[in-house]
Design a protein. Structure first.
Ligand code: PEP
Ligand code: MG
Length: 587
């Protein structure tokens, strides 16, 4: 990486979202519309770039005037005024002069300079309290995009086709799931939180990430500056000094060495020193994570988030296609099993037709099992596909966002109906396929004793259970400090769930992100959980944590934790064991 030499090292602090170190040039994606390619130019090319900018402007103005006159011909009553305003914007000298100056100052291509100036301008507009003016940002984005399209594409530049560190205002889970993982070394975002699906995916893929960066970084940063993403402590460092780079390279090598040691133990049983065996399985979103899962030593898939089948913005695939996909998961996981969760769209995840418009409170709205129950045809197809896959290996089904008994009954009714149909059609399936529910709504945890006789297992979705218990949106960085996994209320709900399950002879697992946080493994084991389903990258660490402790010490500590009244005190208790038994694994 070439350092500009002139610029100072700057550090921004955020929330560590996915461990690891990424070192590379920054590619910036602000909000509103996507960034064009960025590349460096020579002094001698500055004039040429300025001309390209003027040409793109002129071309755009002509297009706008053309649209305006066609509209006038059609309606004749001045509705084309908006386009006149757009043309005036492109003639605004303050704006165009800044782009012209920036091309020379930054020595970067014209479209990128234009993009950076427009983003600054838009950001300022978004801060204006006047709602009318704020709404005009959409118009300006529109014109800006039009100008960007009117630059001729260039070849042979450095930019997102190269390996880089992505710095974005925000990334949707679909952006993260589809990002080119060969090119994106790591990413940092202004928005976001540890338990958003964007962060979960980053951890699954092993892409270092920092979210919730403070203070408008995206707008200030010059594209292509050298950067480090420190996903362990949540830092983005721009223009690192040679000393900083060296320190991070060493850290990276040391972590790789540790990972190698852990991977070597992946076939050793995950039992505590005093012989309590736990299952460590993996969460997946996409079928292409299966090789990672198999390499990790996971004993099966503990959560398959099937809503990621909606990734391409299409409807749920039909029964045949789903059967094929689930069968592939099941066969690849043999001799272990796969727990397939029915569609959990909505919230911060992928929208499901026809509900594509914004909901006022998406997390309290139409998501998870509510969608499936309201769309019985879609639900039936998914259920039949899961059952058909169960003929090829160990499969269990589980339902997300259960908040009451009647939902459980309706889900079971769907399972029965599909079993009957397949039976009549002579299509094989596992008649004893286990049926479980996610405990992720406090109502379900509080009524776990009522739910337990109805199902074969519980899987606690702590990501949602925490957000609903402490009423703090899991993706909102402004309330991230309130989102505390060890809040006494959360710990009590987990304990109630595990106890209710044990009373009825069923097992409880945890598939939320808490399960993969090795600071909390002593607490979760002590509370009596039997399965931990974690991101593929966390499997080996969690396994080693389990092998390093005794169940007896964890149980005694968790009894103590249950009577503590502060989240910090509970975390400390768990950390005491973690540090003592496997301190070298903690980041
Ligand atoms: C959870 O809520 O903890 C969970 C595992 O489900 P998701 O993160 O997909 O909502
Ligand atoms: Mg959930």
């Amino acid at each position: 990486m070439v350092r500009s030499g002139l610029e100072r090292e700057v550090m921004y602090e955020g929330i560590p979202a996915s461990p690891g170190i990424a070192i590379g040039p920054v590619h910036v994606v602000a909000r509103g519309f996507s960034a064009p390619e960025v590349y460096e130019i020579e002094d001698s090319e500055v004039e040429h770039e300025r001309e390209r900018f003027q040409d793109a402007l002129e071309h755009t103005k002509k297009q706008l005037v053309d649209i305006q006159s066609r509209l006038d011909d059609l309606s004749g009553d001045g509705e084309s005024g908006i386009f006149e305003a757009h043309v005036m914007m492109l003639e605004d000298k303050a704006l165009t002069n800044r782009v012209i100056a920036m091309i020379g100052d930054r020595l970067q291509n014209a479209e990128y300079a234009f993009y950076a100036v427009m983003q600054n301008f838009l950001e300022a507009m978004r801060r204006i309290p006047d709602p009318y003016l704020r709404e005009r940002t959409a118009d300006i984005e529109d014109v800006a995009q039009r100008v960007l399209r009117n630059f001729s594409p260039e070849e042979g530049h450095q930019g997102p086709d190269e390996q880089h560190v992505l710095l974005a205002y925000d990334l949707a889970p679909s952006d993260t799931a589809t990002m080119n993982r060969r090119h994106v070394l790591g990413f940092a975002t202004e928005l976001g939180s540890v338990n958003s699906h964007t962060a979960i995916l980053a951890r699954a893929f092993g892409v270092p990430a920092v979210v919730g960066l403070n203070g408008g970084v995206v707008i200030d940063v010059k594209a292509l500056v050298p950067a480090i993403v420190d996903g362990y402590t949540g830092k983005l460092i721009l223009n690192p000094t040679e000393e900083t780079l060296e320190r991070y390279r060493k850290l990276h090598d040391e972590k790789l060495r540790l990972k190698g040691l852990l991977d070597a133990k992946r076939d050793v049983a995950t039992a505590t020193i005093d012989g309590r065996e736990l299952t460590v399985s993996a969460n997946i979103e996409l079928v292409d994570e299966l090789p990672l899962v198999k390499r990790s030593g996971a004993k099966g898939v503990g959560l398959y988030r099937t809503e990621y089948l909606l990734l391409k913005g299409e409807d749920m695939p039909e029964e045949e296609k789903q059967t094929e996909i689930y069968t592939r998961v099941v066969k690849e996981m043999a001799p272990y099993g796969a727990i397939i969760r029915t569609l959990d769209a909505g919230g911060d995840k992928l929208p499901v037709e026809p509900l594509t418009e914004a909901e006022p409170n998406p997390f309290l709205g139409w998501r998870g099992i509510r969608v499936s129950l309201a769309r019985p045809a879609m639900f039936r197809e998914q259920m039949r596909a899961i059952l058909r896959a169960s003929a090829h290996g160990k499969v269990a089904v589980m339902f997300p966002m259960i908040s009451g008994l009647s939902e459980v009954w309706r889900c079971k009714e769907m399972v029965r109906r599909c079993m009957d149909e397949l039976h009549k059609e002579g299509i094989p399936f596992d008649e004893k396929m286990p049926v479980g529910i996610m405990i992720e709504v406090p109502a379900a945890a509080l009524c776990a004793d009522v739910m337990a006789p109805e199902v074969d297992f519980f899987s606690i979705g702590t990501n949602d259970l925490i957000q609903y218990t402490v009423a703090a949106d899991r993706v909102n960085s402004h309330v991230a400090a309130l989102y505390r996994p060890t809040h006494p209320a959360v710990i009590r709900l987990i304990k109630m769930t595990i106890d209710a399950a044990a009373d009825h002879g069923i097992w409880t697992g945890i598939c939320g992100e808490m399960a993969g946080d090795i600071r909390l493994t002593p607490l979760l084991i002590g509370l009596g959980v039997e399965e931990l389903s974690v991101g593929p990258q966390q499997v080996s660490k969690v396994g080693q944590a389990i092998r390093s402790m005794s169940y007896a010490e964890c149980a005694a500590m968790s009894d103590e934790a249950l009577i503590r009244n502060r989240s910090g005190a509970i975390l400390e208790l768990s950390m005491e064991i973690a540090k003592k038994r496997y301190g070298e694994l903690l980041d």
